[in-house]
Write a protein that binds this ligand. Sequence first.
Ligand code: PLP
Length: 337
Amino acid sequence: MHLSRFPRLRFAHLPTPLEPLSRLSEVLGGPTIWIKRDDCTGLAGGGNKTRKLEFLMADAVEKGADTIITQGATQTNHGRQTAAIAAKLGLECHVLLEDRTASEDPDYVLNGNVLLDQLFEAKLTTYPGGTDMNAAMEAVAETLRAEGKKPYIVPGGGSNAIGALGYANCALELVSQANDQGLKIDHLVTATGSAGTQAGLVTGLCAINSQIPLLGIGVRVPQQQQEDNVFALAEKTCALLGIEGVVKRSDVQANCDYVGDGYGIPAESTLEAISLFARYEGILLDPVYSGKGAAGLVGLIRSGTFRKDENIVFLHTGGAQALPGYREVFGFDSSIK
Ligand SMILES: *Cc1c(COP(=O)(O)O)cnc(C)c1O
C-alpha cells in the first residue's frame, strides 16, 4: 500500500495527537482509554472529513473542476469542511442539505455548522428527508454544466474509495504512533456513518496486518446494513489500492445499539457520553456521531466487553461545531445571571 501514488493536497494538521484519557479511564474503572484526536485536523474546526478531502479535492483539481457539489444532513460536518476547503481553493461550493430530523428549532436550522457554511459562502439549498440526494446532486451538476461550469460531485460524507484513502493513511499513522510510544492497541473504536472512515481504517489496518480489531459504532442504519456498506466500500478501496482480498468480511464489525430514535437525534446515552468527556477530560463530542460512538465505548466498557489490562483507542471524529445547533437538547438553565 503506497499512498503517494494518489493525488493529494496537504492541508490537514497531521499527525493528530494520540493521548491517554486517564481521568475517564479511572472513572469508568475499566481498560485504559486513549484518544486519537481527529477532531483536531485543523480545517475549520477539524473533523474526520478533512483527511478524505485531501484526496477528493486533489482529484477535483486534477479534473479541472471549478465548482464542488456535496450533500449531507442540515448539521453536516462534512459540508462545513468541504465548504471551508473550497473557499481556500477558490472553488464555488454547493451544499445540499437534507432535512433528516424535521426539527424546526432555529438553532438546529440556522446555527452550528449552518452558520459556518454561510461564513464560507457555500450555496445552501434544503431538501425534504428521504430525497434521493445523489439524484439531487446530479440535477444541480446538470444545471451548472449548462451554465458552462465544471462541477465535481463529492459524495455524502466524502465516502467513496478516493475519500477512504484518507483513513487508510490514518491507520498507518496511528499504528506508527503507537509503535513509537510503545503502546499496544487492543481495540480501536469509532463512530461509523457513511462508512468511509471505517472502510479506510479497516483497509489500512489489514494491509499492514496490524491485527488490531476495529469496531464501528453505528449512528443510523441497523448492524447488518452498516457492516455490508463498510465492507462494500473497503473492497472498492482495496481495489483502488491494488490489494484486493486483504479485508475479510469478518474484519468489519459494527455495533448499532446506540443509535437511539434515529440519525441526528441524541439518545440519553449520547448526552451522558458528551457530559463524561467534557466533565472529566475537557473534550467536546457531538450529539450526532462522536457522542454516539463514545456512548458505545462507555456502554461496552460497563458491560465488561474489554479486559482491565487492555488499551482501547477511541478515534474522535470531531463534530463539536454542531453543538450550538443542539442547545435545546441539553436542557441547561437558561436563566443564568
Ligand atoms: C461524518 C462523521 C462521522 C462518520 O464518518 P463516516 O466516514 O461518514 O462513517 C463521524 N463523526 C463525525 C463527527 C462526522 O462528521
